[in-house]
Design a protein around this ligand. Structure first.
Ligand code: ZN
Length: 330
């Protein structure tokens, strides 16, 4: 990461005074916090924050937006950056937001005002919101050259209380996840951004392959005929020679990060990691891939929870944290 960052505030460069004003608007699940900080020659001062950081404690992962104004004497540049930070402690979160903004601002130069390059900008994450408005039950091979066939896209489950289809819930979560990852400078490729598509599972994997994704994240929610079953699990590909043998180990590592974070943040029952050899979207993938099953839509309590913005924020924040850790951005 440090290689990508220009020497910040180089002292020998006469006349260049970089003043960074960071305005962090922190939107939390149950309230909003506001922080104003200034940075001059590497020193950061928190000028004002409201409400008191402690008042938004334990709201979990949070998205912060920061407005960064850089004012070198020669060429004033104003840059709007969106930052996403996750922290249990809002005070730490605000400091993180300020620090990240300053790092980003330090990468700006008059010659390339929008080249806020960092390691994150070289990373690609492909997000696949599972299913689509209408299933496509025509068949495709479960892996390259396979005679074993499965439907291209199955229907998915549905909220037992809310009636929301899985395809809609996971699309909502996926779009929020995209926003958080992009705020970190990660390039995000979506397999779909609307419900009205027809993209088979093998095609979705090939979208991730074509993007050379550092990680392919397939978001699903679970269903079971037994309404009492609840919790989250993360699927990853088992090792199949010629198909997934090169991606199985890193996929398992990513799955492990995601599962730990998911259950820690949501309090959901930990159903663990599951290796699968029968999933088309895994077997066609040439890049590490995970499939978080974020909860059971057939469990009344979990169905209701997953439709709340606060719970979605927890899911998104923790998945983002795991993804960023896996791809080496944080
Ligand atoms: Zn599904």
């Amino acid at each position: 990461m440090s290689k990508q960052i220009h020497p910040p505030l180089r002292a020998g460069r006469r006349g260049l005074i970089l003043v960074v004003i960071v305005l962090a608007l922190v939107v939390a699940g149950s309230g909003a916090a506001f922080a104003l900080a200034s940075s001059h020659k590497g020193k950061t001062t928190l000028i004002k924050s409201t409400p008191a950081p402690a008042s938004v404690a334990d709201t979990g992962p949070t998205t912060a937006q920061a407005l960064v104004a850089t004012t070198p004497q020669t060429s004033p540049t104003t840059q709007v950056l969106t930052l996403a930070v996750t922290a249990k402690n809002p005070r730490q979160m605000i400091i993180d937001a300020s620090a990240s903004a300053i790092v980003a601002a330090a990468t700006l130069s008059p010659a390339s005002p929008v080249q806020a390059t960092a390691a994150a900008l070289q990373k690609v994450v492909c997000i696949d919101p599972g299913h689509q408005a209408h299933p496509d039950l025509t068949l495709e091979p479960i892996g390259p050259g396979s005679k074993e066939m499965k439907p291209k896209v199955e229907a998915g489950t549905r909220g037992v209380v809310t009636g929301v289809p899985e395809s809609q819930l996971v699309l909502t979560i996926a779009l929020k996840l995209r926003a958080v990852l992009e705020a970190h400078g990660v390039k995000v490729v979506m397999t779909r951004t609307t419900q009205n598509v027809d993209i088979s599972n093998s095609q979705r994997a090939q979208i991730a392959n074509a993007a050379h994704a550092n990680l392919f994240v397939r978001i699903h929610a679970n269903g079971n005929s037994d309404e009492s079953i609840h919790g989250s699990e993360v699927l990853y590909p088992s090792s199949i020679k010629g198909w997934t043998d090169t991606i199985a180990a890193p996929s398992k590592r990513a799955a492990s990060l995601a599962e730990q974070d998911l259950v820690a943040a949501t309090g959901a029952r930990n159903l663990g990691l599951v290796a699968r050899g029968d999933i088309t979207g895994f077997n066609w993938s040439k890049v590490p891939v995970i499939l978080p099953e974020v909860g059971f839509m057939t469990n009344p309590n979990e169905d209701r929870l997953m439709e709340t913005s606060a719970y979605q924020t927890k899911i998104v924040g923790t998945l983002a944290q795991a993804i960023l850790t896996f791809i080496g951005v944080r």
